[in-house]
Design a protein around this ligand. Structure first.
Ligand code: GLN
Length: 490
């Protein structure tokens, strides 16, 4: 009987958990009414997409998309995910289209349908402006070269690395390539010509010793055979804004008139490097917002982790073999899979397999809750089992029912044992939210990445972000310590 009750309770909670996640997925009917397209983009690919100082997403791609949507009268929601994540999100059907300086290549054409090309590009090698040793690909022999995951630049580096005898290291974001070269980890990086040239014109301290390689032009992508109407509108809008001069105006506003007219030199005024203090001061609102999200995701995830922990924890100490087995499988799976893989699986793989869309934050909360839930389960099991078995036996022999003995005798003592581990888990989950920046979740780490992308001042940014995590975690641990003392006194 009791077991049955427990199983029913468990099922109810599980349904609650998943329907909460499910309710975050916009229903198909709602989407029918007036289709708002979800369009993914890179987070940091200036001058095509990046956050400006006020936290607004700007860039040639985004201005073009806006002008085209206005021209064609369609609505869209932008999702800055990072390049590789954007392409995967398109493939898994989580988004309707991608505009991210995405090169039209034969290989990609097998999976995606592309618009007419809207910008010519091609990879080029960038090296530190002070480095006079790397002037040709030959000079790369025995060195390391940085590229961005899944890009044309990466494919090009791979294609020549054996011939020239260098190794390749991949990063997820464009600014990391420059940081890597500045820090001396790699001697060069391969990235699209307009992006490298724009960064150099902005004063990022790099140079281009060689001319650019031939490469694909940029196109707007949808999944093969899907969203054909969106692609048509994009093409029609692109033709219109080329016709009426809007296209040229947008390109000129980022790369200068001469570039826009004859494809000549990029002319932009170098942005003055801000002092560290100024940079932190102007970025603080974005950081604080990111921190707010970090705390918010941590609390929600811990709430669900706690529920999961209570359910599976009590299953683990039950006398029923089947329940114990189920709980053990739960812990083994979610403690065994690295959090990052779990996030990828939930965000990219499940929606693709089951053909639905999942918002990033639902995926992030699911991944964090399941992972922390496995640990909380073990904390609860350990806590309960640390209490001498004799106490339960004594209570039972005095005729106290199992549930009452658990609630009144075992749990009050067990909780004292569990509290320090809970605090530990809270700190871990808070730090783990930063991993979710990989799937594009906007939280503190992601806010930092975005500012580095714009300013190339990584030292100041990562120092500040690190200190912010430290402050919050210290405050939380202090509060928790107090709580712990009160619990152990009471
Ligand atoms: N044009 C490159 C590609 O499509 C890089 C795009 C990007 O990094 N956003 O692979």
């Amino acid at each position: 009987m009791r077991t049955q009750k427990k199983i029913t309770g468990f099922l109810v909670l599980l349904i609650f958990f998943f329907s909460f996640a499910g309710s975050l997925v916009p229903s198909a009917q709602a989407a029918e009414a007036k289709k708002t397209y979800t369009i993914a983009t890179d987070t940091t690919f200036p001058p095509f997409e990046y956050q400006d100082a006020s936290g607004e997403y700007v860039g040639i791609d985004l201005d073009l998309l806006k002008a085209i949507a206005e021209d064609q009268g369609f609505e869209y929601r932008l999702q800055p995910l990072g390049f590789n994540a954007a392409v995967q999100a398109l493939q898994s059907g989580n988004v309707d289209g991608v505009i991210a300086g995405m090169s039209i290549t034969d290989e990609r054409k097998q999976t995606f349908d592309f618009s007419e090309p809207y910008f010519d590009s091609g990879p080029i090698m960038g090296v530190d402006a002070n480095n006079s040793a790397i002037l040709s690909y030959e000079d790369l022999r025995g060195h390391r070269v940085a590229v961005k995951t899944g890009t044309e630049g990466a494919a090009f580096a791979d294609s020549i690395k054996d011939q020239y005898g260098f190794t390749v290291i991949t990063f997820d974001d464009s600014p990391q390539l420059i940081e890597e070269v500045k820090a001396g980890g790699s001697v060069a990086y391969f990235e699209d010509y307009p992006v490298v040239a724009f960064g150099i014109a902005q004063g990022n301290g790099m140079k281009m010793p060689l001319p650019k390689e031939p490469g694909g032009s940029y196109g707007f992508a949808v999944n093969k055979g899907q969203n054909a109407e969106l692609l048509e509108m994009f093409n029609a809008g692109l033709a219109n804004i080329k016709e009426n001069g809007k296209y040229k105006e947008i390109v000129a506003s980022y790369l200068g008139d001469s570039f826009a007219s004859e494809g000549g030199e990029i002319e932009i005024a170098a942005t003055a490097k801000m002092s560290g203090f100024e940079l932190i001061w102007t970025s603080m609102p974005a950081f604080l917002k990111g921190l707010g999200y970090t705390i918010y995701y941590t609390l929600i995830s811990l709430f669900f982790a706690f529920i999961l922990g209570l359910i599976f924890g009590s299953m683990k100490v039950s006398h029923n073999k089947v329940l114990r087995g189920i709980a053990t499988v739960f812990v083994d799976i979610f403690r065994g899979i690295p959090l990052l893989i779990l996030a990828f699986f939930i965000y990219f793989a499940i929606p693709q397999a089951l053909n639905f869309t999942m918002p990033i934050w639902t995926a992030a909360i699911l991944a964090l809750s399941l992972n922390a839930g496995a640990y909380v389960t073990e904390i609860i099991r350990g806590g309960i089992q640390s209490i001498d078995k004799g106490q339960m036996e004594a209570a039972r022999s005095l005729g106290v029912p199992y549930g009452t003995a658990m609630r009144k005798i075992i749990l009050p003592q067990a909780i004292k044992v569990m509290v320090p581990s809970f605090i530990n888990q809270m700190v871990i989950t808070l730090k783990d939210t930063s991993i979710m920046s990989i799937i594009g979740l906007v939280e503190l780490t992601q806010s930092g990445k975005l500012v580095v992308a714009r300013t190339f001042q990584s030292f100041e940014v990562w120092l500040t972000i690190g200190i912010m995590y430290l402050i919050v975690i210290t405050i939380l641990t202090k509060i928790a310590d107090r709580l712990e003392r009160r619990v152990s006194r009471g």
